[in-house]
Design a binder for this molecule. Structure first.
Ligand code: NAP
Length: 495
C-alpha cells in the first residue's frame, strides 16, 4: 500500500504534484495531544479576541487565493469561476463566526435569581454553553474550500473555542496542504492540526483527546466513522452530513416549459456534485419533454475522482438498463478523462411508489428522475416515505397555494430546508440557515452544518449554582461585562 496520498488531475487522469505522506498513528497522537494542550488557552481567550483571529484567518486565505484556487482547480476540475466564489464564501463564512462571537447570544446565557418561596425552592442558577474540547473535522471532496480544511466545521469549531484536527480528503491533498499552511500561520500553536490517509481518520475519531467530530461525505463512510465514534469507551458526538435525495415538487400551475432551464442548471451545476442536487422531481407528465430538452442541451464535466466517475457511470447505466424507468435524455460531456454527461429518467408515480427504495438510491452526479403524477394529493404518502433529506422544494403558482401548503407539511417531516419557487443548490451562509435533516441526510437531525447555529454542535451546557460573581465566566456575571443578550428570570434582553 502506498505511503502517500496522491492527488490527480480529473481532466487528464494524471497524478498531480508530490504525494503527501500518510500520517502515522504516533503522529496522530502527537497532533491530537497538542490540540488537547491548546484547548485551555484557546477556549479561555475572550470571544471577541477569537473573533479577531478568525478575521485574520479569513484575510490570510483571501491573500493566498490565487495559489489556492489554481491548486484546487487542478485537483478537482471544478473550474476557476466556481472555486473563486467558493473561496469567497469560505472566508465570508469565517467572518460570520466573528460576528456570532461579538454578538454573544450563541452561549445562551440564562440567569435565574433565587426564590426560596416556590416548590422546590430555587437557588441562583446560571447556565451557559461551553466548548467541548478538540474536534475532528472530515473534509468533503466536493467543496475543497467551503467544507474542507478551513470550511464551515473548522470555522464554527474554532469560533466556539475548540481546537480542530482536520482529516484531509484524499481527492485534494495538495489543496489541503496549501490551505493548512495558511491556517497554521495564523492560529496559535496546537489550535489547528491536519492528518492524511484513511487510517489516520479512523485513529483520529477514536483518539481520547478528541471530544466531537464533524463529517461531510458518503453514507457508507459517515456510518463507518459514526460507529467508531459511538464504539469508543467514551462515545463522542459525531455530526455527519451524508446523502440526500432533495425532492422537488412541481405543482400543476407551475408546470410550464419556463421552469426547465432553471432545473437543468441546478441539476448539472458543479457536475451535479452537490449534496443539494435536485435529483428527484415530481411533475405532471406534460412537462417531461421540456425538462428533457433542457438536460439534453446541458453539458457535464470531469468528476472529482475516478471512483465517483466509475460509480456514476455504473449506477446510471444500471438504471437505464432496468425496466423501471425510461431514459428521457442525455446531455453532452467534454473530452476529459473522468467526464460524465447529465442524464434524465422518468417513471410514473405508481411504479416509483412500488420501488421506492431502489429509485431513491443516490446517483452522485448530474442525474435526475422525474416522477410523473396526475393529482398532487397522491404525492403526500409517497413524500412522507422518502428517506431524510437536506432540502424539499415546491414550485407553485398562486392557484396551487393550497396544495403547496399540504405538500410542505409532508416535506417538513423529512427535510431540513423547505424551498419555495427556487432550486435547492446554493446554501446561503446566514443566521437563519439550516443545513440538516433526518437520517440519512445527517446523523443528528437537531443540528446544522451551515449557518450561525452550526456552532451549537461544539458547545454543551453547564449550570453554575450559587457561585460568587467574580468566579463566574464573564457571560454570567451580574454586570454583563460583555453586553450580550441574556435571559434573566425568563425575560430575554441585553441585561
Ligand atoms: P467518502 O468516501 O465518505 O469520504 C469522506 C471522508 O471519509 C474521507 O476523509 C474518507 O477518507 C473517509 N472515509 C470514507 N470511508 C471511510 C471508512 N470506511 N473508514 C474511515 N474513513 C473513511 O466521501 P467522498 O469521497 O467525498 O464521496 C463519495 C460519495 O459521498 C459520493 O459519491 C456521494 O455519494 C457522497 N457525498 C456526499 C456529500 C454530501 O454533502 N452529503 C458530499 C460529497 C460526497 P479518504 O479521503 O482517505 O478516502
Amino acid at each position: 500500500m502506498s505511503s502517500v496520498v496522491q492527488g490527480f488531475n480529473p481532466r487528464t487522469g494524471e497524478p498531480f504534484g508530490d504525494g503527501v505522506p500518510k500520517t502515522s498513528d504516533s503522529e496522530v497522537d502527537r497532533i491530537a495531544s497538542a490540540a488537547a494542550a491548546a484547548f485551555g488557552p484557546w477556549s479561555s481567550l475572550p470571544a471577541t479576541e477569537r473573533a479577531d483571529v478568525l478575521d485574520s484567518l479569513a484575510d490570510a486565505l483571501d491573500a493566498s487565493s490565487e495559489l489556492l484556487i489554481t491548486t484546487a482547480d487542478t485537483e478537482t476540475a471544478l473550474g476557476v469561476p466556481r472555486l473563486t466564489v467558493e473561496l469567497k464564501r469560505t472566508t465570508n463564512q469565517i467572518r460570520l463566526f466573528g460576528e456570532v462571537l461579538r454578538e454573544g447570544s450563541y452561549v445562551e446565557a440564562t440567569l435565574d435569581t433565587a426564590n426560596p418561596d416556590i416548590i422546590p425552592p430555587r437557588p441562583v442558577l446560571r447556565r451557559v454553553l461551553r466548548p467541548l474540547g478538540p474536534v475532528a473535522v472530515f473534509s468533503a471532496s466536493n467543496f475543497p474550500f467551503a467544507f474542507s480544511v478551513a470550511g464551515g466545521d473548522t470555522a464554527s469549531a474554532l469560533a466556539s473555542g475548540c481546537p480542530v484536527v482536520v482529516k484531509a480528503h484524499s481527492a485534494h491533498p495538495r489543496t489541503s496542504v496549501e490551505t493548512a499552511r495558511v491556517v497554521a500561520s495564523v492560529l496559535p500553536e496546537g489550535v489547528f492540526g491536519i492528518v492524511y490517509g484513511t487510517e489516520s481518520g479512523r485513529a483520529l475519531v477514536q483518539h481520547p483527546a478528541i471530544k466531537a467530530a464533524g463529517f461531510t461525505g458518503s453514507t457508507g463512510g459517515g456510518r463507518a466513522l459514526f460507529d467508531l465514534a459511538q464504539g469508543r469507551p467514551d462515545p463522542i458526538p459525531f455530526y455527519g452530513e451524508l446523502g440526500s435525495v432533495n425532492p422537488t415538487v412541481i405543482l400543476p400551475g407551475a408546470a410550464t416549459p419556463d421552469i426547465a432551464a432553471g432545473f437543468a442548471q441546478s441539476l448539472t451545476m458543479g457536475v451535479g456534485q452537490f449534496c443539494t442536487n435536485p435529483g428527484l422531481v415530481f411533475a405532471p407528465a406534460s412537462i417531461v419533454s421540456a425538462l428533457g430538452e433542457a438536460v439534453a442541451a446541458s453539458g457535464g464535466g470531469a468528476m472529482l475522482n475516478e471512483r465517483m466517475c466509475d460509480s456514476y457511470r455504473a449506477s446510471t447505466d444500471a438504471l437505464a438498463a432496468s425496466d423501471l424507468v425510461t431514459v428521457v435524455s442525455t446531455g453532452t460531456k467534454p473530452d476529459e478523462a473522468w467526464a460524465v454527461e447529465p442524464r434524465l429518467f422518468t417513471v410514473p408515480l405508481e411504479t416509483f411508489r412500488d420501488n421506492l427504495e431502489k429509485l431513491t438510491e443516490e446517483h452522485f452526479g448530474p442525474a435526475g428522475i422525474v416522477v410523473t403524477y396526475s393529482d398532487p394529493a397522491d404525492l403526500v404518502d409517497v413524500l412522507r416515505r422518502l428517506p431524510g433529506t437536506l432540502t424539499g422544494t415546491v414550485h407553485a403558482a398562486p392557484s396551487d397555494h393550497e396544495a403547496a401548503g399540504v405538500i410542505a407539511e409532508a416535506l417538513r417531516h423529512i427535510a431540513g430546508r423547505l424551498i419555495f419557487n427556487a432550486w435547492p443548490t446554493g446554501v446561503a451562509v446566514a443566521w437563519g440557515q439550516h443545513h440538516g435533516g433526518p437520517w440519512p441526510a445527517t446523523t443528528n437531525p437537531l443540528h446544522t452544518s451551515v449557518g450561525a447555529t452550526s456552532i451549537r454542535r461544539w458547545i454543551a451546557p453547564v449550570t453554575y449554582q450559587s457561585w460568587p460573581d467574580e468566579l463566574l465566566p464573564p457571560e454570567l456575571q451580574d454586570a454583563n461585562p460583555l453586553n450580550i443578550p441574556r435571559r434573566i428570570d425568563g425575560v430575554l434582553g441585553t441585561h
